[in-house]
Design a protein around this ligand. Structure first.
Ligand code: FNR
Length: 181
């Protein structure tokens, strides 16, 4: 089987994003099991249904990247007990214009980290609801909601927290087997 091409969508625009750091560590841990390609969301305009007939170029680029990948991996923080607005906006764009849902039939993994005690649990539950609405199947378990702590991942992107490394390894094993099934 060819190596799965994974479209990586990061729900934070922040330069020093912990979720971007986590995404890098997951890619390093996965080695050559997947080919990752980030699908950027920073340049997407706010979705406006009036633009459906003349869809924005950045939106078309986003949709094409989603369509080209075999599966998706969302890595997102939690904002106000939900997903960041920029991520919801990206999903709205990818699912439109009506009849042209680029997410249809895709599979996805969902992980994330926030400093809060529940480490993105609420955001991930909301994201699962949103993804169901755009016909994306999400790996049910293991849930990987990480309470961010300084030093879990070093400056070189290596996971130094052994328990976290084992959790992410188990996630990657299940994700790979599920995509292959
Ligand atoms: C937050 N943060 C946050 N954290 C959390 O665990 N639960 C929450 O409900 C919220 N709400 C929230 C709202 C807004 C508007 C901001 C800006 C932040 C904290 C947030 O998760 C933290 O800043 C993360 O570090 C953001 O992720 P990145 O950018 O580091 O990947």
């Amino acid at each position: 089987m060819p190596t799965p091409r994974i479209g990586l969508i990061i729900g934070s625009l922040r330069a020093g994003s912990f979720n971007r750091q986590l995404a890098g560590a997951v890619q390093a841990l996965a080695g050559d099991r997947f080919v990752f390609e980030e699908i950027g969301i920073a340049d997407l305009p706010l979705y406006d249904q009036d633009d459906d007939a003349d869809f924005p170029a950045a939106g078309l680029r986003f949709k094409q990247q989603v369509e080209a990948c075999d599966a998706l991996l969302f890595v997102t923080p939690e904002y106000s007990r939900s997903i960041p607005g920029v991520l919801k906006n990206a999903i709205d764009i990818g699912s439109r214009p009506g009849g042209s849902n680029s997410f249809g039939g895709k599979r996805a993994g969902v992980i994330g980290t926030s400093p809060g005690a529940h480490g993105t649990v609420s955001a991930q539950q909301h994201l699962r609801n949103v993804l169901a609405a755009v016909d994306v199947a999400v790996l049910p378990q293991p849930e990987i909601a990480i309470q961010y702590r300084e030093g879990q991942i070093d400056a070189g992107g290596t996971i130094t927290d052994e328990r976290l490394r084992r959790r992410l390894q188990s996630f990657l094993d299940r994700y790979e087997a599920w995509l292959a099934a």
